[in-house]
Design a protein around this ligand. Structure first.
Ligand SMILES: Nc1nc2c(ncn2[C@@H]2O[C@H](COP(=O)(O)OP(=O)(O)OP(=O)(O)O)[C@@H](O)[C@H]2O)c(=O)[nH]1
Ligand SMILES: [Mg+2]
Length: 420
């Protein structure tokens, strides 16, 4: 699909489409697309006109569906360029939509997340944000801060009076409530950001413990080499996997042991590096590993222990087997719970923050609210404390994207694809 947007979009499309019918608007009709310079036919297309402001960008928009393939769309784009169009930049349509007030910055980010989604949980989260789930929550918080400011308005106007009409307990209560809600939202950031990037799951354990076999089983394909020789895996292998609908970056590592062999030792060093960055660790052991406690003491990330090859133990007890498939389903559930337990508990309705940008703005808002609380306790005059509330509102505004500086927009749209 080719999209033309801007004040001249209709006139430009009219040079290439026969017939050109802006009426009725938002209705697809069939047309012939020709090269305006040579008059050569390019394709039979479907075209639809969206007069401003009721379009994706808020400007006049024409959308043209070609037959697709390689040559036809390129020739169609060339025809429009010959008629005076220029190629869009990455995310330019969505950027214009933001500038024209068709969506806020959070929705624009959600548009990119929706396209990039590689797992059902990512798609659901992006869609919820696109439907203003997060924007709505932030607007409500902003309103609460403004109401808190309203509560101290009397103190601002009559600073010399001892007791205003609003009790201090009421001011405290309102402050406490909004502060708590900002803090709650901020607490979703670690898992929310993990949801966008995929949880880094490092599979570790002694040589021959069955790590690569489990890695392959979780992936559903034979990606890593498996042999009965200890020390098979030399390098860290990374692959994306969807587990219980959630995105993971699985890392298979070289078995941990003290090795004299240089190549293997390098691999083990790589393992340690990944372990330091892991969101969670899957520790494999065929039988009780005497080095387990020592290993667990070294990692900060939560660890899930898997007893491997239970089929050899006659299927006794808890554990997994890649041969019989025993225990794999409950292992998947456990991994999703450890990596995304908070999101699972929140469900899809509660908003979640998913980017460092969101976290930074909420941290700013929270710090200003805290500064308000401290200043109020210290008896600072009301007008001075109110500046902290103003600053908190500004932080929330930045997050929603009320007034967004160009460099912030540049960063948000840098990762977009052309045509969105
Ligand atoms: N019976 C049985 N054998 C298994 C199972 N999982 C792994 N194995 C066998 O155990 C051996 C080692 O498996 P790998 O997956 O290569 O073990 P690893 O931990 O990756 O080993 P290194 O890469 O050398 O550190 C292979 O011969 C596998 O076939 C299992 O569930 N049941
Ligand atoms: Mg291996």
């Amino acid at each position: 699909m080719i999209r033309l947007s801007g004040a001249g979009a209709f006139a430009l499309a009219a040079r290439c489409l026969q017939p050109f019918q802006p009426d009725p608007p938002r209705t697809a009709y069939r047309a012939r697309l020709t090269q305006p310079e040579t008059g050569e036919p390019v394709d039979e297309v479907l075209a639809a006109c969206f007069p401003a402001p009721r379009s994706y960008t808020g400007e006049d928009v024409v959308e043209i569906s070609t037959h697709g393939g390689l040559v036809v769309p390129a020739a169609a784009v060339a025809a429009f360029v010959a008629a005076g169009a220029r190629l869009a930049e990455p995310g330019e349509f969505t950027r214009r939509a933001v500038l024209n007030g068709k969506m806020d910055l959070l929705q624009a980010e959600a548009t990119a997340d929706l396209i990039d989604a590689g797992s059902p949980a990512q798609r659901r989260r992006a869609l919820q944000q696109l439907e203003r789930g997060l924007s709505g929550r932030l607007a409500a918080l902003r309103q609460e801060v403004l109401e808190l400011e309203g509560l101290i308005a009397y103190d601002i106007d009559f600073p010399e009076e001892d007791e205003g009409p609003v009790s201090e307990a009421r001011v405290r209560g309102a402050w406490d409530a909004v502060r708590g809600r900002v803090a709650d939202l901020l607490r979703t950031a670690p898992e929310g950001e993990r949801l966008r990037e995929g949880a880094l799951l490092v599979i570790a354990g002694r040589p021959n413990a069955g790590k690569s076999s489990l890695f392959n089983a979780l992936l559903g394909t034979d990606r890593a080499i498996v042999t009965e020789i200890p020390g098979t895996t030399r390098d860290a292998i990374e692959a994306h996997a969807v587990i219980e609908g959630f995105p993971f970056r699985l890392i298979d590592t070289a078995g941990l042991r003290d090795s004299d062999e240089r190549v293997e030792r390098l691999g083990i060093e790589v393992s340690h590096k990944y372990l330091a960055a892991a969101d969670l660790v899957l520790f494999c052991e065929e039988s009780e590993d005497p080095a387990r406690a020592e290993f667990l003491a070294q990692v900060r990330a939560p660890v899930v222990v898997a007893r491997t090859k239970v089929d050899l133990a006659g299927g006794q007890g808890e554990g997994v087997s890649v041969v019989t498939g025993a225990g794999l389903a409950s292992l998947r559930k456990r991994l999703a719970e450890v990596a995304f337990g908070q999101l699972l508990a929140l469900g899809d309705v509660e908003p979640v923050v998913t980017r460092a940008r969101h976290r930074a703005a909420l941290e700013r808002a929270l710090a200003e609210l805290d500064a308000f609380g401290t200043a109020r306790t210290a008896g600072v005059d009301a007008a001075a404390t109110a500046t902290h509330l103003r600053a908190a509102v500004l932080a929330l505004d930045d997050l929603i994207g009320v007034v967004t500086p160009d460099d912030v927009l540049d960063r948000v749209f840098a990762t977009f694809c052309v045509g969105k």
